[in-house]
Design a binder for this molecule. Sequence first.
Ligand code: FE2
Length: 443
Amino acid sequence: MDLSEMSQEDQAGQGALRYQLGFANEFATEALPGALPQGQNSPLKPPYGLVSELVSGTAFAAPRSLNRRSYVFRIRPSTISQPFEQLDSGNFLTPPLPIEPSPTALRWGPANIPDSHADFLDGVLTICGNGSPNSQAGLAIHLYRANASMRARAFANADGEMLIVPQQGAIHVVTEMGRLDVTPGELLLIPKGMKIRVELPGASSRGFVCENFGLPFVLPELGVIGSHGLANAIDFHAPMAAFEDDDSPVQLVHKFAGKLWTTELDHSPFDVVAWRGNWTPAKYDMRRFAAMGAAIVDHPDPSIYCALTSPSSDVAGGNADFMILPPRWLVAENTFRPPGYHRNSVAEILALIQGSNESRAGPFPPGSLSLHNHWTAHGPDVKTFEAARNAVLQPQKIDETLIVMWESRYPLEIAPAAMEVSFRQKAPAQGWAGFKKRFPGSE
Ligand code: FE2
């Protein structure tokens, strides 16, 4: 077909974005009609003069249910003719981190947006992490604070899959597989090695990034829940193919083995005209999470809120489990309603995206983050405890909340800069001081 018949907007895939539905499906999408070869993946001469490239996100012979790979049909192959040079990683750190895991409860308030120019990559501040990309185990939790779009710059992370959770300000993410608009309340999964360019529709954006060094995130098994509930596969959105045919120079920043590397490309790497497979970014609106909960008494374990899991050990815990606590009804009878006191064999990082956290009366506005390492007891502060134990129990809707939480079996080390930032709260455990002893009370 004559490309001139198509508007530039159509070729670039801009305007209101459309998506393919599902999680790790066998997707197939083409930005130009007939760009996707039929019946084979490596034709002698693919349509439009494209080249065929296989991207394997898992071992070639991984079981079908876990195998992640896509064939992309692009203008040029991904091969790079220039050497990489190492780049200063700034505050974008990779475990093992310099500060050893601490049992002290840690908390950070909302991060400030930098005054100086900072795109998504510039604005990454590592908070904590464990494992290492070289051992392919563990995770890192970062903040990002951006006030500028990435321009003539692309980023690929060979170390970890990235789970990006904007908290304030939307992002428009250009990827090899297409484009995604992601707003606060949604999450974005970027597979290991996928090139991205993060743009800002507004003045700024901030949020959280979980870098997963372990097995790719999957939807958890539902067990006795049955065939649906929690994060339903159909609610994940994968991009439609969209491409740039642009021979302007681009800086490619490539994170590999804990370091940032850079090289210059002589064209846009977002030149995939068609692709098929299940190695793809995906976004998910966390407000669609079909929460399950108590119908008569007590609290289910937080695992009931698991949306995605990077499996490791059924007994010791996941490499990274990701939980969503959305708006929901609390109806349990004769039950202390807020999450109660507990100690865990896994580390927990909790972030407040919207609203408030029902177990914290102290300052914990949206954008805040808390860290409790293994066996560090936590639960409601004294004020919340006193209010909740005297509450009149009736069905209660928690409307104004969206909390996300990561759990990991490995102890979390801390990034030095995270201990120094002005928005770290210095004594978060004070909320637990002054607990009133009632024993041997008769209540
Ligand atoms: Fe907890």
